[in-house]
Unconditional design. Structure first.
Length: 154
């Protein structure tokens, strides 16, 4: 006798998340993401950000090459998962710069994504205003301006 498969109501979360099987890697060679996340969460968010954090996948092989652009970090809403690009786990990348990327991604959990003119607005005016509250925001931007050419080689 065949049974109809169980179909969960739309309000139920998925049984298997796309990130559920991903191994969380927080310790890098130079930066410990969990430690940075925990410090930022306590200082700026009163421990309320529930996201998990991990390094993204490393390139498996090949010579480093120059890229035009790169996403330093991302936040997956459905998984509450922050991924940080492993190119930031290098000795010349200062802690405050990595923290600025993590802080930015943490803000995505706090700010809804409004739709304007049929398009999602990931960085609303409120989001951008709160981003400025990061104590090293200007310093991190200046560092990025002066070092982007190094970051784009991986």
């Amino acid at each position: 006798m065949l049974r109809a498969p169980h179909v969960a109501p739309l309000s139920d979360p998925p049984l298997v998340s796309s990130a559920a099987s991903q191994r969380m890697r927080t310790r890098g060679c130079c930066h410990d993401l969990q430690s940075l996340f925990d410090g930022l969460n306590a200082h700026y968010f009163r421990g309320q950000v529930q996201a998990r954090i991990t390094w993204g996948r490393r390139r498996s092989s090949g010579r480093p090459r120059r890229h035009r652009s790169v996403n330093m970090g991302s936040y997956a809403v459905e998984d509450r998962l922050i991924r940080i690009h492993p190119l930031l786990d290098r000795a010349f990348v200062p802690r405050y710069y990595v923290e600025s990327i993590i802080y930015h991604e943490m803000l995505h959990e706090r700010h809804p994504i409004p739709v304007r003119a049929g398009r999602r607005c990931f960085h609303s005016p409120a989001f951008l205003a709160e981003e400025q509250l990061f104590e090293d925001c200007d310093r991190a931007r200046r560092w990025e301006e002066h070092n982007a050419h190094h970051l784009l080689v991986f």
